[in-house]
Design a protein around this ligand. Structure first.
Ligand code: NAD
Length: 433
């Protein structure tokens, strides 16, 4: 397949950044972040080429469709393809701006795997013209943007690549701009949120900020790339540490035989205390992952952040142990309410509720009923366990033990009276709120 931007015009450092017919943005990685970003940019008049290694993704997008569920995304992609402002390709084209939005998973040792970012950098390097601006958006350990610069410098000795800490002008710009959108509101938040844009040099930050200013209504705040990388990791580490406090408190309260929900409600009446709500652990692909990137960036000193991760992981083990105690105390059916990693979404990635339900299904399958309004069928792991997906009414009519794992809105009308005569474990405090 031919890349669509083979005729990219010469770019030059003084190129205007207002969308112009010959100005092109290549977005590398068309997932939850890259595809909405590409479509939003196209809706603001940029010529956008979305690149993905998956043929299926490229075909779907070129047909005006989407392969992920996100509010308003299907309409936006369809319009962008119709207007020919967006196209998708397997090949990286020559472009004015490159945005890297590929995965940055954790390894089994809880260290960051930046190989996808490195491979995106290798794919971009041969195509770069002087004046191009490369922006990393993937959540990354500190130093990743400089690593991208290093790869480009090795592959393109003809280009002067900017270096962190040096004031020397480069032939290209290199920056980091993290994404902090909320799944379900990505299209809106891409435009409305403030952005932190960290350049390898101040000139790089200015150049990258110009792209964001063309479509972001929030503030575009410039800094250096190391600060910007740390900001992203700090945001989710802050959340994780605060949730860990609530989760540890819930275990302490159990040990002391006091009601954690009462403790939190009353402690929060202090004008400067705001304790979060405990739960069955922390899930999702951000809060449960990003703190490890910060730990990996400063392993000898990031002690609290590491411990918070461990506390939150332990809370899932602890919750399962408590549920097993209830399950073994009664012979009948067990209803587990919710599998998602947080309320009112259909995302089960890294979900402690899902892990707990799967573990119970593997050993007590015939007795396990799952209620999950966001699932049409049970995820594959449940196959052959005997566990079944049932309606809330059926679960309440037949279960002896009920566990609230996720406080979906669809469960919030329930009151203690609905659970009369059953053993109940409410991991989210839904019935107290
Ligand atoms: N999803 C979120 O809510 C969210 C929020 C903030 C930050 N992030 C971060 O953004 C980054 C992307 O996350 P995502 O959720 O969009 O991932 P995703 O898995 O939904 O999509 C990534 C896409 O990149 C493609 N890809 C992988 N390697 C590639 C390569 N070398 N070249 C081109 N395409 C390639 C994959 O095929 C996939 O389609 C990650 O670092 C993530 O941590 C995600």
């Amino acid at each position: 397949m031919n890349a669509p931007f083979d005729t990219a015009s010469a770019i030059g450092p003084d190129a205007t950044v207002q969308p112009a017919p010959d100005h092109q943005v290549a977005v590398i990685g068309l997932g939850y972040i890259g595809l909405p970003t590409a479509a939003v940019l196209a809706s603001y008049g940029w010529n956008v080429c979305g690149i993905d290694v998956s043929e299926k993704v490229v075909e779907t997008v070129n047909a005006g469709g989407v392969h992920i569920e996100e509010k308003d995304l299907d309409r936006l992609v369809h319009e962008a393809i119709e207007s020919e402002k967006l196209t998708a390709s397997l090949e990286v084209p020559t472009a004015h701006f490159y945005m890297i939005a590929v995965p940055t998973p954790l390894t089994s040792e809880n260290t960051p795997d930046i190989s996808y970012v490195e491979s995106a950098a290798r794919a971009i390097a041969p195509k770069i013209l002087p004046g191009a601006c490369i922006i990393v958006e993937s959540t990354s350990p500190v130093g990743t943007t400089e690593r991208v610069g290093q790869i480009i410098a090795e592959m393109r000795p003809d280009l002067k690549v900017p270096v962190y800490g040096s004031q020397q002008a480069g032939d290209i710009a290199l920056a980091y701009c993290p994404e902090r959108v909320l799944p379900g509101k990505i299209v809106r938040e891409l435009v409305q949120n403030d952005r932190v844009i960290g350049g390898v040099t101040p000139a790089c930050a200015t150049r990258a900020a110009a792209l964001y200013k063309s479509f972001v209504e929030g503030d575009c705040l410039t800094t250096n790339c190391r600060v910007a990388e740390t900001v992203k990791l700090t945001e989710n580490s802050f959340r994780d540490v605060n949730i860990a406090f609530a989760n540890e408190l819930s275990v302490i309260a159990d040990d002391l035989g006091v009601d954690v929900w009462d403790v939190i409600k009353l402690a929060n009446r202090h004008p400067r205390v705001n304790i979060l709500q405990p739960g069955p652990g922390v899930g999702g692909h951000c809060i449960a992952v990003d703190p490890w990137f910060l730990v990996a960036s400063a392993p000898k000193v990031a002690r609290l952040i590491r411990t918070a991760r461990e506390v939150n992981d332990f809370k899932a083990t602890y919750t399962e142990r408590r549920i097993r105690g209830l399950v073994d105390a009664m012979p009948g059916k067990v209803a587990l309410l919710g599998l998602a990693f947080k309320p009112d979404i259909d995302d089960f990635r890294e979900s402690p509720a899902l892990e707990i339900a799967l573990d119970l299904a593997r050993t007590r399958g015939q007795r396990i009923m799952v209620v999950e309004p966001f699932a049409k069928e049970l995820p594959k792991g449940f196959a052959g366990t005997g566990a079944e997906l049932v309606s809330l009414d059926h679960a309440l009519a037949t279960a002896e033990v009920v566990v609230v794992l996720v406080d979906h809105t669809a469960f919030k009308h329930l009151t203690p009276a609905d659970f009369a005569g059953k053993l109940v474990y409410d991991t989210r405090g839904m019935l107290k709120r």
